[in-house]
Design a protein around this ligand. Structure first.
Ligand code: NAD
Ligand code: IPM
Ligand code: MN
Length: 372
């Protein structure tokens, strides 16, 4: 197959981990024959520096014409001036909104070899396998904003339709898994949360009566995520709560450098990116963990390109590297960004070449006369 992919390296460690995603795509082309036509474009701080805009027109146009978009990370201290009229993060937010990517899937499945790396005790981590479906184009992020000298305002607004469509996505996902859906809201305080609760209950009752629906207030959910993480299957929640809870959930897996994500709409290209940021503390030092980026490529292969076997191949290779301790320092390993990614590529190569080898010839057995 042939696919067109826009690459948005961004800022900080973004270009370093994107370079490894590109090498992965080249390796897959070499091994499988699938052709990935890639176009690099500017976003975030790099775009502000080059053309004065966080999401230049040609970047958005390239994304629209692609089958999928891969993003590294945006932002950093260089562009953090609170007086600045334009911020790198606006580029990412505009991109999500412009592409209509309302459902952000963030899977969390701690690897047993990394239980020691989580601040949680191992017995709490056994069996954890959850997906947070974060609403991505509404809420506080996109409501009306006022910023005066001594007063500021961010409006949180959600419509029934915005809630229904993301709840349906989450419910369909839950149905394909363990059939448990958890809504996280703050309905004891927020009007928007009361709408979320009413709409979610209606959608589940009418269209997904087979699902078990649990409802938690966000403050308690933050606690339950640590005290009983294995109980969760699919969690659906609004934009800001999903952002916060998934950084917390990254600690179940052991590092921010492990969690991938897929942002999907009803049509058009999906956007795939690690959940972590530009990690300015690690940038330029070849020490960022590339696995969240490589696993984001796997999500892209599965969700946008229909290459499920290839996605599993990438995931298995990353898991094998983790088992073997071929990791970066955040996971206690001795490797740099490039070396850890190379270890993944090597394993993918070995698996594909191993599959191609003819089965070893069996010794010819003497014919056996069967008598009855
Ligand atoms: P961050 O996610 O960049 O870093 C938080 C912590 O996690 C740091 O200690 C960092 O070293 C570590 N970390 C992150 N990625 C890692 C990786 N791949 N390997 C090993 N360790 C890793 O969050 P922050 O420091 O709060 O934000 C830095 C900048 O990134 C800000 O400008 C923020 O707006 C931006 N940001 C961007 C995105 C995005 O582009 N999707 C996401 C989050 C934050
Ligand atoms: C994320 C990030 C972004 C968000 C920022 C950079 C706008 O934290 O993708 O999790 O808050 O959505
Ligand atoms: Mn975040």
């Amino acid at each position: 197959m042939q696919a067109t992919i826009t690459l948005l390296p961004g800022d900080g460690i973004g270009p370093e981990i994107m370079a490894e995603a590109e090498r992965l795509l080249h390796a897959l082309t070499h091994l499988t024959g699938h052709v990935f036509q890639t176009h690099r474009r500017l976003i975030g701080g790099a775009a502000i520096d080059a053309v004065g805009q966080a999401l230049p027109g040609n970047t958005l146009a390239s994304c629209r014409q692609s089958d999928a978009v891969l993003l590294g990370a945006v932002g950093g201290p260089k562009w953090d001036d609170p007086e600045a009229s334009i911020r790198p993060e606006q580029g990412l937010l505009q991109l999500r909104q412009q592409l209509g990517l309302y459902a952000n899937l963030r899977p969390v499945k701690p690897h047993p070899s990394l239980f020691e790396h989580s601040p949680l005790r191992s017995e709490r981590l056994a069996g954890v396998d959850l997906v947070v479906v974060r609403e991505l184009t509404g809420g506080l992020y996109f409501g009306r904003k006022i910023a005066l000298q001594d007063m500021a305002e961010d409006v949180c607004r959600y419509s029934r339709e915005e809630i229904e469509r993301v709840v349906r996505q989450a419910a369909r996902l839950a149905r394909s898994r363990r059939s448990r859906l958890t809504l996280v809201d703050k309905a004891n305080v927020l009007a928007t949360s009361r709408l979320w609760r009413r709409v979610t209950q209606e959608v589940v009752r009418a269209e997904f009566p087979d699902l078990e629906l649990e409802i938690l207030l966000v403050d308690a959910a933050a606690m339950h995520l640590l005290s009983r993480p294995a109980d969760f299957d699919v969690i659906v929640t609004e934009n800001l709560f999903g952002d916060i809870l998934t950084d917390e959930a990254a600690m179940l897996a052991g590092s921010m450098g492990l969690l991938p994500s897929a942002s999907l709409g009803d049509s058009g290209p999906g956007l795939y990116e690690p959940i972590h940021g530009s990690a300015p503390d690690l940038a330029g030092r070849d020490c960022a963990n590339p696995f969240a980026m490589l696993l984001s490529v796997a999500m892209m292969l599965e969700h946008s390109l229909g290459l499920v076997d290839e996605a599993r191949l990438v995931e298995s290779a990353v898991h094998a590297c983790i088992t073997a301790g071929q990791t970066t320092a955040d996971l206690g390993g001795p490797m740099g960004t490039r070396e850890a990614a190379s270890a993944v590529l090597e394993r993918i190569g070995e698996t594909v070449v191993g599959r191609r080898k003819p089965a070893p010839a069996r010794p010819i057995e003497p014919a056996v006369a069967v008598s009855t």
